[in-house]
Design a protein around this ligand. Structure first.
Ligand code: ATP
Ligand code: MG
Length: 328
């Protein structure tokens, strides 16, 4: 590959450790081919040294700050398994994410004008619409480490132990560029509702909200909930941006099916199923597609047939029906 192209790829891989390494490997191979062996060896040595000092995976090239020991009970580092390539996003959400990424990457320019970056995000929407997936992909896209906060444990640890746990967690997020992800944020709202006479719990929840309000994370704080309309305004207003995740409409179902079968031959017309898939979440759609693919493998078909897709869809419908019965 031309040197210019490799340089562009190298710059584009900034913050993504694995991609960065792959591009450097390409550069080394290129130099070896040109018999520039001294340079190639020296590049390899430099790359190996980076391997000993840089934090792994998405921490990119920056070192991770030591994590507060007390917080290990309720915070977990997640290595993102998904990237933006795995997500089917509506045009609106895509636009929102592109804007947020642009702000983050050019934070210094904004700060010079006295403006701050939107860094506290609330993801709302029904189950299986990609809230957790997007938090992962967002961290991966920005090359930031992702930390998952288990709110239920955090709240109870705070009750029984000391306020410093929460303070340390937020202090960590203020100093360490990362995505601090509060999944199932409804737990907080529920605790607030249920606290009733329980003054201690109410106090805990309220202080958590104050911490969220006051923090200016050096990365992002993302909270996800599927109880969108029940969250009270005191919670909404603490976030700089709310991202809505919807169940897929006909257009998005079509897009999802094309995405799911992009590397697989199919012998059916996906459009014929769109009406039947109405009301399915992306997670439901994923189950149908995977099941259809499994059937085609088990039946040694060269492509996913109409019958196989139909059988997978029948199974998913039965399951959804039972789940709906249990819920009601
Ligand atoms: N927009 C999407 N594009 C592609 N796949 C998706 C999308 N949304 C969800 N999925 C698939 O469904 C699975 C479940 O999604 P995810 O866990 O992100 O949902 P969620 O909105 O966080 O749900 P919950 O409210 O139950 O936590 C994902 O692992 C992914 O495989
Ligand atoms: Mg989730």
């Amino acid at each position: 590959m031309a040197r210019g192209e490799l340089m562009k790829k190298l710059l584009a891989s900034y913050g993504r450790d694995e991609e960065f390494r792959a591009v450097v490997e390409q550069i080394i191979t290129d130099e070896e081919k040109k018999n520039n062996n001294v340079l190639a060896r020296s590049l390899r040595k430099t790359l190996d040294n980076i391997g000993h000092t840089a934090a792994p995976q998405t921490a990119g090239l920056s070192r991770l700050l030591p994590f507060p020991d007390e917080a290990k009970e309720f915070i977990q580092r997640i290595d993102p398994r998904h990237t933006s390539q795995d997500i089917v996003l509506s045009h609106e959400n895509l636009e929102q994410f592109v804007g947020l990424i642009q702000e983050f990457r050019q934070a210094d320019r904004l700060k010079r004008h006295g403006l701050s970056v939107r860094s506290k995000l609330l993801f709302c929407g029904p189950p299986g619409t990609g809230k957790t997936l997007c938090a992962e992909a967002f961290a991966a896209e920005l090359g930031l480490p992702l930390f998952h906060v288990r709110l239920d444990s955090l709240i109870s640890s705070y009750l029984g132990e000391t306020a410093s746990n929460i303070r340390k967690t937020f202090e960590f997020a203020r100093r360490q560029p990362c995505v601090l992800f509060f999944d199932e944020f409804d737990a907080l709202a529920r605790s607030r509702d249920e606290s009733g006479e329980h003054n201690e719990l109410r106090r805990v929840v309220n202080s958590l909200l104050i911490f969220i309000e006051q923090i200016a994370p050096s990365g992002f704080l993302i909270a996800a909930t599927n109880l969108d309309r029940h969250l009270d305004p005191a919670i909404w207003r603490r976030f700089d941006e709310v991202v809505w995740f919807e169940l897929p409409d006909a257009g998005m179902i079509r897009k999802y099916l094309a995405h799911a079968f992009k590397n697989t031959k199919i012998a059916f017309d996906p459009d014929a199923f769109i009406a039947e898939l109405d009301g399915f979440s992306y997670a439901d759609l994923e189950k149908v597609c995977i099941q259809a693919l499994k059937l085609s493998i088990l039946e040694s078909s060269k492509q996913v047939s109409d019958t196989q897709f139909r059988a997978a869809l029948r199974q998913a419908k039965r399951r959804r029906k039972r789940e709906a019965q249990v819920e009601s």
